[in-house]
Design a protein. Structure first.
Length: 384
């Protein structure tokens, strides 16, 4: 019988395995939120421990290994820790939860909320390149960041699962620069003060390189997929123009992705998470070394799965896109969910190059009956 790891590797090589591979929780964009997880486990009659939060901002849980096995999930994600220093803090004021991360970014979650929203960007306002150079950046290679990763990798490898670095020290250098600077400030910088914007992106790339050097020393040759995450699309088009992307972002992607593949101790596949309408940039992604595109936001403009597969299916793997998460999964009928899953499998599965996951994380408003309808349809329909 083919193993989970063999199944996905076959798909990544653009060949057809026994069935379409399935990811749940392997990355920070293919997971499940706490409320949805608790409702799902109750629906399934499972007694679970208090869920462990794997990503505080998105409130994603670490799915218990027994449930991953029961749901025939082929992936296993590993997630480095945030260094616990005096800069990291959780606190509560008037029932509102606050979080300050190791970069000095402050977020809050109001009573009854489902996520932490950023309220303070540490590099907002009037800054210079000197401000960036002297900022107290975290130690990217701190050994505590990698504690326990090797044993987890070995545990998953022994069970013949595909191991994914589901997130690095932070998301992508482009998006994270915007979060540190403030989105409006950063986009204005790209046009009005590009040297400042590029200096910030370059500093983040240096941190990433430092992180990956240490990471590959720790995991050696036991990792299969590396995730980088830079949202470049919105609902109707790109966040920035193709010209700005190709002038400032693309060369830096090429530099970082080449470094990652060179530094890895064995062959790895690079997954780029980029939300929204990014069809226009897929040839660029392929050119800079992206092997896998996630999340394949099927509801965004020009993200037609039939066309995407026809145009790019031989050169890139689509990881996601299995079910629309904006309308159908949370608010559709069970039959609509089943029809959607069949349609996406028909479009994306032929010839391999497809790993099934819904378009994005399973949100708090997804009924468990719809989630299980999606899963059952994949199991029954997603065979070759």
């Amino acid at each position: 019988m083919i193993s989970s790891r063999e199944r996905i590797i076959t798909a990544l090589q653009h060949e057809e395995p026994d069935r379409v591979p399935y990811d749940l929780g392997g990355t920070l964009s293919t997971g499940i939120t706490q409320k949805a997880y608790l409702e799902l486990t109750s629906y399934l009659g499972k007694k679970v421990k208090e869920p462990v939060i794997g990503d505080w901002v998105q409130q994603l849980v670490q799915v218990e290994e027994a449930l991953l096995e029961e749901l025939a999930v082929d992936t296993r994600g590993i997630f480095p820790k945030q260094v616990q220093s005096s800069s990291v803090k959780f606190w509560e004021e008037e029932r509102t939860q606050f979080l300050r991360d190791e970069f000095g970014m402050v977020s809050k979650m109001p009573p009854g909320g489902f996520y932490y929203d950023t309220i303070k960007c540490p590099l907002e306002g009037d800054i210079t390149i000197g401000t960036i150079n002297t900022y107290p950046w975290p130690n990217a290679s701190d050994s505590s960041r990698f504690s326990g990763l090797r044993s987890k990798v070995d545990f998953f490898r022994k069970r013949k699962k595909l191991v994914v670095l589901g997130s690095g020290m932070f998301g992508g250098f482009f998006c994270f620069a915007a979060r540190l600077r403030g989105f409006d400030n950063f986009y204005i910088d790209l046009l009005g003060n590009p040297d400042l914007a590029c200096s910030l992106m370059d500093r983040l790339i240096e941190l990433k390189m430092e992180f990956y050097r240490k990471f590959f020393d720790v995991v050696d040759d036991r990792i299969d997929v590396i995730v980088e995450a830079d949202d470049l699309g919105a609902q109707k088009g790109l966040i920035i123009s193709p010209q700005i992307y190709r002038k400032y972002v693309k060369p830096r992607q090429r530099k970082l992705y080449s470094f990652i593949k060179k530094e890895a101790k064995s062959h790895i596949y690079l997954l780029l998470h980029s939300c929204g309408s990014v069809a226009e940039l897929i040839p660029d992604f392929i050119e800079v070394g992206v092997d896998i595109l996630n999340p394949v936001q099927v509801s965004a403009a020009r993200m037609d799965t039939t066309k995407l597969k026809s145009l790019y299916g031989e050169d890139i793997t689509f990881w996601g896109g299995g079910c629309d998460t904006q309308r159908i999964l949370p608010r559709g009928t069970v039959e609509e969910v089943k029809d959607e899953v069949k349609r996406r499998i028909d479009d994306l599965a032929p010839g391999g190059g497809f790993v099934f996951a819904p378009v994005h994380n399973i949100q708090p408003d997804v009924p468990p009956r719809n989630l299980m309808a999606m899963w059952a349809t994949l199991q029954n329909y997603g065979t070759y």
